[in-house]
Design a protein around this ligand. Sequence first.
Ligand SMILES: C[S@@+](CC[C@H](N)C(=O)[O-])C[C@H]1O[C@@H](n2cnc3c(N)ncnc32)[C@H](O)[C@@H]1O
Length: 222
Amino acid sequence: MRTHRIDRPADLDVVRESYDRVADSYADMVVTTGIGDIRRHPWLKASIDAFADSVGGLGPVLDVGCGPGTVTAYLAERGLDVSGVDLSPRMIENARRLHPECRFDVASATELDLAEASLGGVLGWWSLFNLPREILPQVLGMFARALKPGGHLIAATHVGDEDLERTEAYGVASVSWTTHQWRPEQLVDLIEKAGLHPVAELRLPADEHVGPGVVVMAKRLG
Ligand SMILES: C[S@@+](CC[C@H](N)C(=O)[O-])C[C@H]1O[C@@H](n2cnc3c(N)ncnc32)[C@H](O)[C@@H]1O
């Protein structure tokens, strides 16, 4: 029995349906334009490379909110034992189509059943911003418990103070989700409170495609 049950976000079904609707255009965007592909963004790629160097050989790695599996597949190419999970079944269909060599499952970050100290690494790569503010700390706590000593979390998210109601995304006009922005110091604080030790932080200014962001890497100490 799970001892740390995570509250179910009230909007989980609406968020899932919205990502199902954008999944094909999101995957198409990554494949045809390279937007969202870390290989096109040297600093994001460097972060993922540093993460891969830090967790290689430690144990399984889980890409939570993997979308069409771009980063999962990149880490697999680098030799990691990695799999991906995503809330949206249609995202997972795209991930399996684009990266048949990788393992993907449909699951919400809030419903994972992760064993204590079972993972070498966990990613929340631009995938935790839809979690309600009171639920993100619960998910980070689960990530912390699931990591082995020496294991790492890497999280990337949108920076700011707002809860933005999105009705359009990736060229699709029928979405409904909230983007909960976080200030970098708030996110770092939550990660520390979850029991992890922050090891690196990368701040990204807004560019022509997306607003400001932050990447945080943190480690479970022994
Ligand atoms: C902006 S996409 C990023 C996808 C991927 N990480 C990437 O970088 O291409 C956000 C992803 O988070 C997923 N997501 C949102 N809420 C989630 C939840 N509660 N559990 C798991 N995945 C979730 C969405 O379905 C979507 O695929």
